[in-house]
Design a protein around this ligand. Sequence first.
Ligand code: THU
Length: 124
Amino acid sequence: MTDNELLGAADAIASRAYAPYSRFHVGCVVLTRDGRLIEGVNVENAAYPLGVCAERVTFSRAIVEGYRPGDFVTAAITASPCGGCRQWLAEMQVDRVVFRNGGRIVTMTVAELLPEQFEAHELP
Ligand code: THU
């Protein structure tokens, strides 16, 4: 699938978001190396900080399906990923990330999204 097709798929599912508080609907799809498409949307909560971003929902679903870091080719997101989700994208070792930012379509690697990233092997 092309980046445009993946973004189109993310656009198509964004309306399934549960976002009654922000009314900001986000869709995310991830293409796996074995050719599957896994979808997610943001899920908010009346206790605001408990809401979950579309990217984290998507990767949590992928993990449940048996996928592991390194199994992902492209993540397509209808919005620019937040700082925390950049850390998730890095953890999942996605090859490339394509997202909408205002009117633009941006494609980046994880290293570009999150330079000088924290890695657990740096722990004492
Ligand atoms: N949101 C995402 O789903 N992904 C991001 O990377 C940015 C923000 C959601 C969280 C919240 O439900 C809404 O967008 C407004 O911040």
